[in-house]
Design a protein around this ligand. Structure first.
Ligand code: ZN
Length: 95
């Protein structure tokens, strides 16, 4: 007999966003309820506050808007799924 481990999360399971510098691995952790497009753009565009590694995002770039839209969608989906007769889950890699 074999068992496969399956890891599923709901949007309501997502409680924060970790913004990690790829150079020094310092991370900023932002609670999802406090994150908005303005804060996201600020963290995306600013150099790392620890090692000053410059951002590779550009002001007004579509990636920044896509991230903001993704965060907004996470919040909306989590709210829309409360009390529903179905659960929306995402399968993630688990070790
Ligand atoms: Zn850094």
């Amino acid at each position: 007999m074999t068992f496969d481990k399956e890891c599923l999360i709901e949007t309501s399971d997502i409680i924060s966003v970790h913004y990690e510098c790829v150079q020094c691995h310092a991370a900023v952790v932002i609670p999802i309820e406090k994150l908005n497009g303005e804060k996201l753009a600020s963290y995306s565009l600013s150099p790392c506050s620890h090692c000053q590694e410059p951002s590779t995002f550009q002001v007004g770039a579509s990636e920044t808007a896509a991230l903001a839209n993704f965060i907004d969608s996470l919040k909306q989906i989590a709210g829309a799924m409360k009390g529903r007769s179905r659960k929306l889950r995402f399968r993630i890699k688990c070790e």
